[in-house]
Design a protein around this ligand. Structure first.
Ligand code: HEM
Length: 498
């Protein structure tokens, strides 16, 4: 829009002037705040008022390189900071500082406030989700249903005949299977197979990310209106509510008629929510938001992680025979159960090793200082600062993982288990040396479920299909800031197991 057109538009619609002025004011305020939260640690990239934005652009496009360079430079100091387009992020590397972060109480370094800042929770996922996280404790898996959904979702998409290979887009295939398995647990059949419902949940993560960026520059009083009018989040919430409302209403009616423990009551996340919800949380729109929130936390994280697993198994045929042998032995003895899969240590190790090198992101353990905070080395962190741990620094440190730290060794963690500490080396274990699922109290509560889903997917694929990449090379990820994104254009080839 040219300046004249803008001035004309303002003349006839003065509210445009108000919105633009408030957005500009908000942007300036955010900009000033960015500079006020100055932490006295080495800076990765330019540190000037304007030049830091060129550093932020480089971080956006080449986050992996920036963080690798920072690791080499500041490993000894154990802490540095890097600019993204919205803020400075203080990144910690040293185990001592990670230990401080792990021990810090939520009223000092807060995970939920960090998330609230990053994805503008109050205006995207919803203010109730921010204030009350009653959805977090439910994550006990219903294994027979998960297994059934994974088998059926895979065979709905891969139907090779005889010896033919079929080629399928890896991330598209994995996302469908993961979203179906997740939603079988969240809302049950038949909604977990409804293509529109799956599509809106798969798109929701991106809707929230875009919505957060649109809301960010506006002052708080306008964010609500902006979120409703100009972001895709409101439309997604409306669509999800429309899909879920009939189900919620019929379950409420059964609860009213037969009481809390009626026969054949579905055992899923929605039932859990409806039992636990109080006050406004009982509203179908609020319940729908919780379902969306769980999809937000579970779909892209698990899909991206498992797509890397698929690329590795497709490109490393030497792992196929020992993994098949392990899974076949355990399943023959015990059937498809949670306990049986917990005995597949090689399978577990292969997934953990993939996540060590290709976790959801190079940074983990998002926190916001809700009060001034001082690390044990004396580094002062003012209130409002965002802090993250450099997961890739820990994951690729030769002092932790030996000379082969940079290489993929699918049975690394199985060997470590056999050599000593059994629990430390499980894929679900969190600690200073393995940050893929975070650290401390806010460590991912869905990790047991996510690992179970990924193990079941890998085991099922190994037992029923041969798999290979479309070329000799394992597709490489790209990075957006620190997020590790599998090659979305890469296909994987499947044929019936020969
Ligand atoms: C491979 C898949 C997954 C990865 C890599 C992952 C990673 C993470 C990480 C890094 C955190 C933050 C922990 C911290 O900062 O210390 C987190 C939190 C969370 N995750 Fe996951 N996650 C995955 C799957 C899931 C699944 C499947 C669910 C739900 C079924 C889930 C639900 C959550 C929730 C609710 C939180 C917030 C916890 C809180 O508020 O205290 N995640 N996840």
């Amino acid at each position: 829009m040219e300046l004249n057109q803008l001035l004309n538009a303002i003349q006839y619609h003065p509210w445009i002037f108000v919105v633009v002025s408030l957005a500009t004011f908000g942007a300036i305020k955010a900009y000033v705040r960015r500079w006020r939260q100055w932490v006295d640690v080495p800076v990765m990239g330019p540190s000037g008022v304007f030049s830091s934005y060129s550093g932020a652009l480089r971080f956006l496009k080449h986050g992996d390189k920036v963080l690798e360079e920072a690791y080499m430079r500041y490993r000894k100091r154990g802490i540095f900071k890097v600019a993204d387009l919205a803020r400075w992020i203080v990144v910690i590397i040293s185990p001592e500082l990670l230990e401080d972060l792990k021990r810090a109480q939520d009223d000092h370094l807060s995970f939920s406030e960090g998330v609230a800042e990053f994805v503008q929770v109050d205006w995207t996922l919803g203010p109730n989700v921010h204030k009350n996280d009653y959805h977090v404790p439910f994550l006990t898996a219903m294994y027979p249903e998960i297994h059934d959904e994974i088998c059926s979702a895979i065979s709905d998409q891969i139907t090779p005949q005889g010896e033919e290979w079929i080629s399928i887009n890896a991330i598209g295939f994995v996302s469908q299977v993961v979203a179906r398995a997740n939603n079988r647990t969240f809302v049950g059949l038949p909604l977990c197979r409804d293509p529109e419902f799956l599509e809106l949940n798969l798109r929701y993560t991106m809707d929230v990310v875009i919505g957060a960026e649109i809301c960010r520059p506006f002052p708080v009083i306008l964010k609500g209106i902006v979120a409703r009018l100009f972001t895709p989040v409101a439309a997604a919430t409306k669509k999800a509510t429309k899909k879920l409302q009939p189900l919620i209403r019929s379950r409420y009616s059964l609860l009213r008629t037969h009481g809390k423990d009626y026969e054949d009551k579905p055992l899923d996340f929605l039932s859990f929510l409806m039992d636990e919800a109080v006050g406004i949380e009982k509203d179908p729109e609020e319940l729908s938001r919780r379902i969306l929130v769980m999809n937000f936390a579970a779909n892209s994280t698990t899909s991206m992680s498992f797509t890397h697993v698929l690329f590795f198994i497709a490109g490393m045929p030497e792992y196929v025979a020992p993994l098949r042998e392990e899974v076949e032995g355990v399943i023959a003895a015990e059937g498809w159960t949670r306990t049986a899969l917990s005995k597949c240590h090689k399978l577990d190790s292969f997934i953990k090793e993939t996540m060590r090198l290709r976790g959801a992101g190079k940074l983990s353990t998002l926190r916001m200082a809700v009060k001034d905070f001082t690390f044990s080395d004396g580094t002062f962190i003012p209130k409002g600062t965002i802090i993250q741990g450099l997961a890739s620094g820990r994951h690729e440190d030769p002092e932790i993982y030996g000379e082969s730290a940079a290489e993929f060794d699918g049975f690394r963690f199985d060997n470590l288990r056999n050599a000593g500490d059994v629990t430390k080396h499980q894929a679900v274990s969190v600690g200073l040396d393995y940050l893929a699922f975070g650290l401390g109290k806010p460590a991912c509560p869905g990790r047991f479920f996510a690992v179970l889903v990924m193990k079941t997917m890998l085991a099922h694929i190994l037992l029923h299909y041969d798999v290979k990449n479309t070329s000799d090379k394992i597709p490489l990820p790209s990075y957006m800031n620190a997020s590790c994104i599998p090659d979305s254009s890469a296909n994987v080839m499947f044929r019936k197991r020969q």
